[in-house]
Design a protein. Structure first.
Length: 349
């Protein structure tokens, strides 16, 4: 009887060891604590710079009322928590509900750029007005609007106040008019209505919910400096409300060469391959405000947005990966989490 009990205990011990080993493997797996991170992203060349290819949430439907077609919700300059409206137009338009330069200004000046609705309990419920981040200021007491000289065949992106951090299905009604002059619009008000879905949170502690990444060849008076420079910014949602902060002393960038990942060398003119704090400088390591408070944590929506991170890469032939280390407390204490953002260049691979 004792032998049987001992045998059972040994079997249980083996299973416990295997389970612990599996947990350890999962914890060390790339992006174990971050959801919605792809294994590898692709950068494509747009005009003179490289941007993330297909880096947006597609719209589920779009009812084009007057020449403006929304293609998706995606990345925008510097502020991933304020996603971009990606659209084309077949004419010159002004993104505004207001009639400028016409007799109806007083009657229409309170019409917003757009309105947002959220699907709740089987019906659409109001979820606020949609703002735009980049607008054309007007003189006097006229509110600003954003205009295009159209038609625009190449998709354009404009920062908005849409909520990509709140999982739900959304419907947006975008208001606009034809652009008649620099500060004048047509009388008729057009609407484009589109819907999109922010997916439910994963079971991981954090989800990557927004990003901006661009690179271009660095030049001086038209002469190449021999490397590609740019910026990346990431937005992360905490699914349980636990804060996180980027530890800039631990950020690294690597490239895949000869079958292995190796550090990207600094440029020949002395610039760092990635903007980080020199871990050999004790004074910088002790400066917690600079080392850890390098981004924006929002308690209201449990999101964190990194500061702009400078990247300098030798070419567009290699595959690259950026590793960012996050901590839970501003003094560097608490659990640490590593996020790996890997990418390649479409034209060169």
């Amino acid at each position: 009887m004792k032998k049987k009990i001992l045998a059972v205990l040994l079997v249980l011990a083996v299973f416990a060891s295997l389970a612990a080993a599996e947990v350890a493997v999962l914890r060390t797996r790339s992006n174990a604590d971050f959801g919605f991170v792809e294994d590898e992203y692709t950068l494509t060349k747009v005009d003179w710079e490289y941007l993330l290819k297909d880096g947006y949430i597609p719209v589920d439907s779009c009812e084009d009322g007057g020449g403006l077609t929304v293609l998706g919700i995606g990345q925008t300059n510097w502020q991933p928590r304020c996603p971009a409206l990606i659209f084309t137009t077949d004419r010159a338009i002004a993104l505004t509900g207001v009639n400028y330069g016409g007799k109806y200004y007083e009657e229409t000046k309170n019409i917003p750029f757009g309105t947002i609705e959220r699907w709740e309990n089987g019906e659409w419920m109001p979820a606020g007005d949609m703002g735009l981040e980049y607008v054309t200021p007007l003189p006097g007491d006229l509110p600003p609007f954003l205009s295009t000289d159209g038609p625009i065949e190449t998709p354009r992106s404009i920062g908005t106040s849409l909520r990509l951090y709140e999982p739900a299905r959304y419907r947006v009604t975008l208001n606009y008019r034809t652009k008649e002059g620099r500060y004048t619009t047509g009388d008729e008000l057009y609407h484009t209505v589109f819907e999109f879905t922010v997916p439910e949170a994963t079971e991981k502690p954090y989800d990557l919910i927004g990003w901006h990444l661009y690179l271009s060849e660095e030049k001086d008076d038209g002469v190449s400096l021999g490397y590609y420079g740019g910026m990346m910014t990431l937005a992360v949602r905490s699914n349980d409300g636990t804060p996180l902060y980027c530890d800039f002393a631990c950020n690294t960038v690597e490239m895949f060469e000869d079958g292995k990942w190796v550090p990207v060398p600094d440029t020949s003119d002395g610039n760092d391959a990635i903007e980080h704090l020199d871990d050999e400088d004790p004074a910088l390591l002790e400066d917690t405000n600079r080392r850890y408070n390098t981004g924006v944590w929002s308690n209201t929506n449990n999101t964190y947005e990194t500061e702009q991170i400078s990247l300098r890469l030798p070419d567009t032939r290699h595959r690259y990966r950026v590793k960012l280390t996050f901590v839970e407390n501003l003094d560097g204490t608490g659990k640490r989490h590593e996020l790996t953002f890997a990418f390649r260049f479409e034209d060169e691979n």
